[in-house]
Design a protein around this ligand. Structure first.
Ligand code: ADP
Ligand code: MG
Length: 260
């Protein structure tokens, strides 16, 4: 399979001189078409920085390439037709005075996509909401429903790659599994490519086939999820992560069901 998204030698530094923070250092990974790739590490390890750099939201050194073509900075509009990002906080990411319908229309207007009302209805159904949610405001939605709307806002442009930054960590535990299962189903149904960032090994192992482990801005290990589940990881940090989620199994996570 050809790699769809390549990140090579990616480094991000915030600040200068003695105050410089090397948030990402020489990060390299490739994500194949249709693959779900996880980026895991504790808070402050540089996961969001890497994802934001991939989206072109942070200045960086190194290369981010889509289908082998290096992405320019600032990213051209066409890039966001293909690559969309879901943020952690569905409360902060939806404008409080915009109805769901206009939230979903906006990216279609930006990218010159027509037939908006039909797409709004279809996309709401695809994320597990009924079409009449188009006429609601964010304050009339639960956290899980807001995150579903944020996911729908990405999907209306029919992207190929979703960058997901802790997409469920701001949600109640009872609704997390529902949103994760939705993401899993969407990827399989649409052949989407995911880069999923999380500090939670369970979330990443539930959704991803391969995982990069970050600590202090560096990728210290790349493993496949089966190895994680079988506890076949080498790096002490990965082992510690695993130990802290002992007792967890994929089947236990998959059997969780939750309402929107
Ligand atoms: P994670 O997502 O793994 O929790 P981040 O990528 O958000 O980690 O942060 C990595 C490091 O970079 C942290 O030390 C953080 O304080 C720092 N950092 C992130 N964004 C900025 C910024 N805009 N300016 C200065 N430092 C930043
Ligand atoms: Mg983060």
């Amino acid at each position: 399979m050809t790699a769809k998204l390549d990140v090579a030698g990616l480094s991000v530094t915030f600040g200068e001189g003695s105050r410089a923070v090397h948030a990402a250092q020489d990060v390299t990974f490739s994500v194949a078409k249709g693959e779900a790739f996880g980026l895991i590490g504790e808070s402050g390890s540089g996961k969001s920085t890497v994802l934001r750099a991939v989206a072109g939201l942070n200045a960086y050194a190194g290369v981010v390439a889509l289908d082998g073509a290096p992405a320019r900075r600032p990213r051209p509009r066409a890039f966001f037709r293909r690559v969309q990002m879901v943020f952690q906080d569905p409360y902060g990411s939806l404008h409080p005075r915009k109805m769901v319908r206009s939230v979903l229309m906006e990216p279609m207007l930006i990218h010159g996509i027509g037939d908006c009302d039909r797409r709004v209805a279809e996309t709401l159904v695809a994320v597990g909401l009924s079409p009449d949610y188009a006429y609601r405001y964010p304050h009339q939605l639960s956290g899980g429903q807001r995150q579903r709307v944020a996911i729908a806002r990405c999907l209306v442009v029919e992207p190929e790659v979703l960058l997901l930054d802790e997409p469920t960590s701001a949600l109640d535990v009872s609704v997390q599994a529902g949103v994760l299962n939705l993401l899993d189903g969407l990827r399989r149904a649409r052949g989407l490519t995911y880069v999923l960032v999380s500090h939670d090994l369970r979330v990443v192992a539930h959704l991803c086939e391969r995982i990069a482990v970050m600590t202090e801005g560096r990728v210290v290990e790349q493993i496949d999820a089966d190895a994680i589940r079988a506890a076949r990881c080498r790096h002490p940090y990965t082992r510690a992560l695993l130990a802290s989620s002992r007792g967890w199994t994929r089947s236990a996570a998959s059997s969780d069901t939750a309402p929107a």
